[in-house]
Design a protein around this ligand. Structure first.
Ligand code: ADP
Length: 443
């Protein structure tokens, strides 16, 4: 802080007072003269203050008044502060403009929403892809403009980890919409045109579905002839070994083709699975019989039902998913091991688990198990007749039921595969008083 101004002001005041006092002494009224000098000084200061106020009110920084002493310093400080503020403001404005220009030029659409999902801003690509009409759409709720049911469901679900794919309003394009929450409940919606990817994916699905259907008939014929040859008493016994191997491979191909057809069927429909009541406890008993009917199976297959609630889903699909899990447990568990199948319910929903004491899975393989044809040990999987598609089917079936698969495993000790169904997929069984009484344990 500069004290020069204050010193000169004080010196000037002292000089004026001294002159006033001297003149007062000459005319014989010293105090009156001092009072007059003080009044003049005060009037001068008030005048400077008035100047300052006028200048501030006029909001014209460039026309700063030239005031003496501390008033001048005050003006200089105000001008400095104002310039600094202007500098930062300009910089922010420039940044904002650049940001807007870059988002406007982005190939992806961007829509900014407030916590009530009302549109605050969108770029040109979003307007083109979603058919927004400029400023008139600001302030409207996004679901009034993007009405596709999949998107409305997605917006209301609050689960934004993955994008949702919808058809454009005109129906000619496929759009991927992903919501990214940020700040205080604000939502950023990213829009991408994924028509090309969607068409390629559709072509891939069609190709797999058609190829598997086309392969089914010749395979049935080959298997039929192999069967006939195997039962033909006059067939050369030296060829019995190769014939058996051919039958085994034909059987493997048939199961791959069947699994591919099932996967294609699951993929071809995006809709949620139906809500048919399924008696899980009865299904568990059937699954146990299937395991025990295998030529080689673990010594013990235990059932434990802690609930008799019915599962609401698609019967055939649930049967296929559960039997894939039980089948795997039986395949990858030695004869002296055991398999436990469990069904229970709690506040989170219904849970179906299959635990085995088999070979287990190393942690690095677990995240990839549900990929098609992914096998930890391809040789072993082939030897057990596995298609590598079982868990992919399980994942798809569960997805259609709004359920999740969790996998817990320790190499060499065993694995637990659990399907978690949401509460809306459960229905209390009728005519049952005590759920604990229905718990079954069999071995
Ligand atoms: P596969 O028909 O080969 O069994 P899946 O998709 O059902 O195909 O399983 C994928 C892979 O996961 C299997 O090849 C196997 O390596 C591993 N796997 C699945 N279930 C188990 C299990 N209960 N114990 C050990 N490994 C398993």
């Amino acid at each position: 802080m500069n004290f020069g101004g204050w010193l000169s002001l004080t010196a000037r005041l002292a000089l004026a007072l001294a002159i006033g006092l001297a003149l007062g002494l000459i005319v014989g009224a010293p105090w009156a003269a001092v009072a007059v000098v003080l009044a003049i000084c005060l009037a001068l200061q008030l005048l400077h203050l008035l100047h300052l106020l006028r200048w501030l009110q006029a909001d014209q920084t460039e026309l700063a008044p030239e005031l003496p002493g501390p008033w001048g310093q005050l003006v200089a400080m105000i001008v400095r502060l104002y310039r600094r503020k202007q500098f930062h403001k300009q910089r922010l404005l420039r940044l904002l403009r650049e940001l807007r220009r870059s988002t406007a030029a982005m190939p992806d659409g961007v829509v900014v929403l407030n916590p009530q999902a009302e549109i605050l801003w969108f770029n040109r690509t979003a307007a083109r892809l979603l058919g927004f009409r400029g400023k008139t759409d600001f302030g409207l709720r996004i679901e009034n403009l993007v009405r596709q049911p999949e998107f409305v469901r997605y917006l209301r679900s609050g689960q934004f980890a993955t994008p949702v794919i919808v058809r454009s309003a005109a129906g000619s394009q496929f759009l991927s919409l992903q919501i990214v929450p940020y700040g205080a409940g604000q939502l950023l919606t990213l829009v991408r045109d994924v028509t090309r990817e969607a068409r390629l994916e559709a072509m891939r699905k069609d190709f797999v579905a058609n190829a598997s259907h086309e392969l089914r008939s010749p395979l049935t014929v080959i298997s039929g002839y192999l069967e006939t040859l195997a039962t033909d008493g006059e067939f050369d016994p030296a060829l019995a070994g190769p014939l058996q191997e051919m039958q085994r491979q034909a059987q493997r191909m048939t199961s791959i083709v069947q699994d591919l057809i099932e996967l294609s069927r699951l993929e071809s429909s995006d809709s949620q699975a139906a809500y048919q009541p399924i008696d899980v406890v009865a299904l568990m008993a059937l699954l146990r019989q299937d395991v025990l009917a295998r030529p080689q199976h673990p010594a013990q297959v235990q059932l434990r039902a802690d609930s008799n609630a019915l599962l609401l889903g698609e019967d055939i699909q649930i049967h296929s998913a559960f039997s894939n899990l039980v089948d795997n447990a039986a395949k990858y568990t030695p004869a002296d091991g055991s398999v436990a199948i469990r069904w229970w319910t709690d506040d989170d929903g219904g849970h179906f688990s299959v635990t085995d004491t088999g070979i287990g899975i190393a942690p690095e393989h677990i995240p990839r198990l549900t990929e098609r044809f992914y096998r930890v040990d391809a040789g072993r999987s082939r030897a057990t007749g596995g298609s590598g598609l079982g868990l992919a089917i399980v994942k798809h079936v569960l997805q259609r039921h709004g359920a999740q698969l969790s996998i817990d495993s320790q190499e060499g000790r065993g694995s637990t595969f659990t399907c978690h169904f949401p509460p809306e997929r459960l229905q209390a069984a009728e005519n049952v008083v005590d759920t604990a009484a229905t718990a079954v344990t069999a071995s």
